[in-house]
Design a protein around this ligand. Structure first.
Ligand code: ME8
Length: 643
């Protein structure tokens, strides 16, 4: 019998940056749903990969003195290594530089052109020459300045191919309205409907201002717009246009899982492209929320993007997978904090699950010399427990249909509690005191062990290593994957008679204070090392001159609420006054700063810190944990350039 198919994808990640916890989040989520589907009898295709073309990658490579392909190759390896460490079970890793992908993208472009949906026109935008980037009017700062380097932009035109996207507006709206599962969660669906109703514009789908991309077939001055290139990965990975593609059976995708940042591309550009190509639309696009770290947006410039490799080394892979899925409802934003992580590990994993396994197997060892007991004398508590196990499978199935990972875990942990309670109520230690109760004692321990066997299946998608370890301790050698959901949820499957494996704790308890102190001192060492490393990296004069430093007079200063480190400053820069959020609250009282003239980096990209916009940076020397701002003599007027 042919198994039902299931196709799930992650976004393909840009190679201008290394993977962080946000990328790991999406990929782990897709891994969990893939493993769950395989477990319950599906033929799964799970796709991830990298997005390697475009101006952003070209520029990042230039800055590093590498070719774009060299940069891509090195970052791809980091992604692949991380996915291996995180136990990601993807069936394929697609790169947009793969020849077969490039061929498919050109075929997509050609077919859309043949269908009359692509035409040549002119693209008009605001161009920043130093950044080689077009900006739209709404992205510009005051005075038509570039939002990246703050220099003045010029209005430019270049030839461009356009996709007649507006043609599909009504068809797309109808599809979204008739298919409530097409965009999830529902709040995001409403957002997209409102966006489409404002009116779709035609989309510029080629560029002549840079080279790093897939050429337009027949007009090689143009490269194909990076989103047309990237979105096509979902079908190019299946060799969609090849006559004998066996992978085509997986289309349409069951889920494209994406972060909320790129939902529009997936629910407007992608489906209209598919409509133009006459290809079925994916069944569901799910947008998950955004992670911050200890309350702050993750960013390269703040240096707070957490490296998942480091996390795994410190805490182990399964606790990280568990935490990411348990802590925040999939679809909502969440905050990563070490305190919360350690709390989850200690309470849910070490206490609830770990103790259940230990106490059960400890008793099997003590009372039956490690022989797996049999089910002999039934009581209603056993029947109730088996019913609870079956119900848990049903609930998990229901929640995972909706990618409600945290609800599935809550349901599984209710079973963990029910099993712990079952042991408390049946009190095997009391039964063991009387030989008369031997059969009942066996039954109770069998039931507990069979419950743990069921748990090993339920947690397998989330924590595969732990599930296998538990099964080894229970001495179950049969594979986890089943032929159907019905087979998966069957109870009393544990075979009596053999010997249990070696009993070892699966999750040791962590000491919160010790770990947090440890992390702090490691961070400090890294900071010092980075500072030293930077000192030896030589830059040329032109590079230095891209940093604009000005004298600024601090005219107001106050503490940022709920932050120990940050001060909110108002700084006079001569022509303008800026708000700057500075991490110097541990070194200065607000009042000490007012009136000082300091050195300010004036062309730093604005960033939000604790929800407040910061438009520059005050230079300071770091002496251990203390900061001393660079003060200038009073005669230096605000706005004076420092060279
Ligand atoms: O957008 N919290 O690639 P990208 C949660 N190449 N998830 C996060 C996150 C955070 N703080 N930061 C990143 C691209 N992500 C395109 C996609 S698809 C055809 C092309 C995750 O490297 C999240 O899944 O910027 C987000 O959508 C993705 O990384 C963006 O990765």
């Amino acid at each position: 019998m042919n198994k039902p198919t299931f196709y799930v994808t992650t976004p393909i990640y840009y190679v201008n940056d290394v993977p962080h916890i946000g990328h790991a989040y999406t990929t782990v989520a897709c891994d969990i749903i893939s493993r769950y589907k395989r477990l319950s009898g599906y033929d799964v295709f799970f796709l991830t990969g990298t997005d390697e073309h475009g101006q952003k990658i070209e520029q990042a490579a230039q800055q590093k003195g590498m070719t774009p392909k060299e940069l891509a190759d090195s970052v791809v390896q980091r992604y692949k290594n991380l996915w291996e460490k995180l136990n990601i079970s993807n069936n394929h890793f697609i790169r947009t530089t793969d020849e077969s992908h490039k061929k498919t993208v050109q075929e997509v472009f050609k077919r859309m052109q043949e269908n009359g949906d692509i035409y040549l026109d002119e693209y008009e935008g605001w161009y920043c020459t130093p950044c080689e980037t077009y900006w739209t009017e709404t992205q510009l700062l005051d005075g038509n300045c570039c939002p990246s380097c703050r220099r003045e932009t010029t209005k430019l035109k270049e030839p461009s191919y356009f996709f007649n996207m507006s043609k599909y507006q009504e068809k797309l709206l109808k599809h979204i309205e008739e298919n409530p599962d097409f965009i999830k969660p529902a709040s995001r669906r409403n957002e997209i409907i409102a966006f489409i109703k404002e009116g779709l514009r035609n989309l510029s789908v080629s560029r002549v201002s840079f080279k790093w991309g897939i050429p337009v077939p027949g007009d090689e001055k143009h490269v194909i717009y990076v989103w047309i290139d990237a979105l096509t990965n979902y079908i190019s990975a299946l060799n969609y246009f090849e006559a004998n593609s066996e992978l085509k059976k997986y289309w349409p995708a069951d889920f494209h899982v994406v972060g909320k940042d790129i939902l529009r591309f997936h629910t407007v550009y992608w489906p209209t492209m598919l409509m133009s190509l006459g290809i079925d639309l994916p069944k569901s696009i799910f947008a998950h929320g955004w992670w911050t770290v200890e309350g702050q947006k993750m960013s390269k410039s703040l240096g707070n993007a957490i490296d998942p490799n480091w996390l795994i080394e410190k805490f182990g892979v399964d606790p990280i997978r568990y935490f990411l899925m348990r802590e925040v409802p999939f679809g909502l934003d969440g905050d990563f904090s070490f305190k919360a992580l350690i709390h989850r590990i200690n309470s849910d994993l070490a206490n609830d699950l770990g103790n259940l396994l230990n106490r059960t197997l400890g008793m099997v060892k003590r009372y039956f010399n490690g022989d797996i007991p049999a089910y002999k004398v039934e009581d209603t508590v056993d029947v109730e427990l088996f019913k609870k196990i079956e119900d848990t499978f049903d609930n998990v199935e229901l929640h995972l249909k909706d990618l409600a990972f945290n609800k599935a875990l809550i349901a599984i942990w209710e079973l963990v509690s029910a099993l712990n309670k079952y042991i408390d109520t049946t009190a095997p230690w009391a039964l063991a005191k009387d030989k008369e109760n031997r059969d009942r004692l066996e039954t109770v321990l069998y039931t507990s062990m069979d419950g743990i066997r069921a748990l090993s299946l339920l947690i397998y998608p989330f924590m595969p290593d732990t599930a296998i370890k538990i099964r080894e301790q229970l001495n179950i050698t049969e594979p986890v994957e089943k032929n159907s959901f019905e087979e998966l949820k069957r109870v009393k499957q544990l075979k009596a008679g053999g010997k249990i494996g070696e009993v070892t704790p699966i999750f040791p308890r962590l000491d919160e204070n010790e770990i947090i102190d440890n992390i702090k001192s490691e961070n400090k060492k890294d900071e010092d090392k980075n500072n030293n490393d930077k000192a030896v990296e030589l830059i040329d004069f032109a590079h230095f001159m891209t940093v604009q430093i000005k004298a600024g007079k601090i005219i107001e200063a106050e503490k940022v609420e709920k932050s120990e480190k940050l001060l909110k400053l108002k700084v006079d820069l001569g022509q303008e006054t800026r708000q700057i959020i500075a991490g110097i609250a541990k070194s200065y009282l607000p009042g000490d700063l007012v009136g000082k003239t300091v050195a300010v980096v004036a062309n730093l990209k604005p960033a939000k810190l604790m929800g407040l916009m910061s438009e520059g940076m005050v230079l300071a020397a770091a002496i251990g944990h203390k900061h001393r701002v660079l003060e200038l003599p009073d005669e230096v007027a605000p706005g004076t350039i420092i060279k």
